[in-house]
Design a protein around this ligand. Structure first.
Ligand SMILES: Nc1ncnc2c1ncn2[C@@H]1O[C@H](COP(=O)(O)OP(=O)(O)OP(=O)(O)O)[C@@H](O)[C@H]1O
Ligand SMILES: CC(C)(CO)[C@@H](O)C(=O)NCCC(=O)O
Ligand SMILES: [K+]
Length: 256
């Protein structure tokens, strides 16, 4: 039973087709499309695929984008299901004041992270970092309770905010340096350190809270750019959201 997993962010739609809706399934095809090009999916990348039997996704873009995605999915005889964050799913409990208001990408990535953590040995506290249009840093305790997390601007939004709010900060992308000595490097390093510093702070908070060193997983389109600059040890897992969607699918398949 082929399974199509979809992650619709604020910049891009990412998709992955698996041969089965379970963790460890074989990846048959995958791709990404900028939101402005969603209309190309049905007659483009997706037209080549065998019809999925089940489509499960998470979406944080607005309703208009969701409708455009659903229109492209009409090439197949399948109704997509969208994950909504809840108070508990797939071994994770949700400490958010209003669980359904937690971005479903954050919820699904945490479910993927928790699953990976349990597969690697005994339970431990876990920090989950997503580096996309926005950056999120989540804290999960040893028992699988999401304690809370932070949202900060992604690298691009930080730089655009500085460009539009100042007269003299229109410069090309620079390098990450310990001690930047030009405007380009100062801006690029500033954005990078802001993200790395936020992760360090959340890692410290969680270690303090749980009395044990957390594991840290990082994902998102710009995760690979951040990886060399992290001050906490962080494992880069590109597929965290898809892993979470597979885990949710396989748990929903099991009879209650
Ligand atoms: N050097 C960098 N370090 C960290 N982030 C960067 C860097 N350069 C660019 N970025 C940011 O990374 C963001 C994410 O890029 P990308 O579109 O690949 O992520 P995404 O995971 O698809 O996002 P979303 O899920 O929100 O759609 C871009 O908005 C860009 O601002
Ligand atoms: C924070 C983002 C933009 C990260 O993609 C998304 O998860 C979102 O729109 N969340 C809703 C608000 C919240 O999670 O509290
Ligand atoms: K995302």
């Amino acid at each position: 039973m082929s399974f199509l997993a979809i992650d619709v962010g604020n910049t891009r739609l990412k998709w992955a087709l698996y041969d089965e809706p379970r963790v460890g399934a074989r990846l048959l095809a995958h791709g990404a499309q900028f939101l402005e090009n969603i209309e190309k999916l049905g007659e483009g990348d997706w037209s080549q695929l065998p019809a999925p039997r089940w489509v499960l996704g998470c979406i944080v873009a607005g309703d208009a984008v969701k409708r455009r995605v659903e229109e492209q999915l009409e090439i197949w005889d399948v109704t997509p299901q969208w994950v909504v964050s809840s108070s508990a799913e797939a071994g994770l409990s949700n400490g958010y004041d209003h669980p359904a208001r937690l971005g479903s990408d954050r919820w699904v990535a945490m479910i993927g992270a928790r699953q990976r953590l349990l597969g690697q040995g005994r339970p431990r506290p876990c920090v989950v970092v997503m580096v996309g249009t926005a950056v999120t840093v989540e804290a999960i305790d040893t028992d699988g309770r999401f304690l809370g997390g932070i949202i900060l601007p992604g690298h691009g939004i930080m730089l655009r905010a500085l460009e539009s709010g100042t007269a003299g900060l229109h410069v090309p992308t620079g390098e990450v340096r310990d001690f930047p000595t030009n405007t380009s490097d100062a801006l690029t390093s500033g954005g990078t350190f802001a993200i790395a510093g936020a992760v360090q702070r959340m890692w410290d908070n969680l270690r303090q809270h749980c009395g044990e060193e957390p594991v840290c997983y990082m994902t998102g389109g710009a995760g690979w750019k951040m990886a060399p600059s992290m001050s906490t040890r962080c494992e880069l897992v590109e597929s965290l959201i898809f892993d979470g969607l597979l885990e949710i699918a396989s748990q929903r398949l099991q009879p209650a």
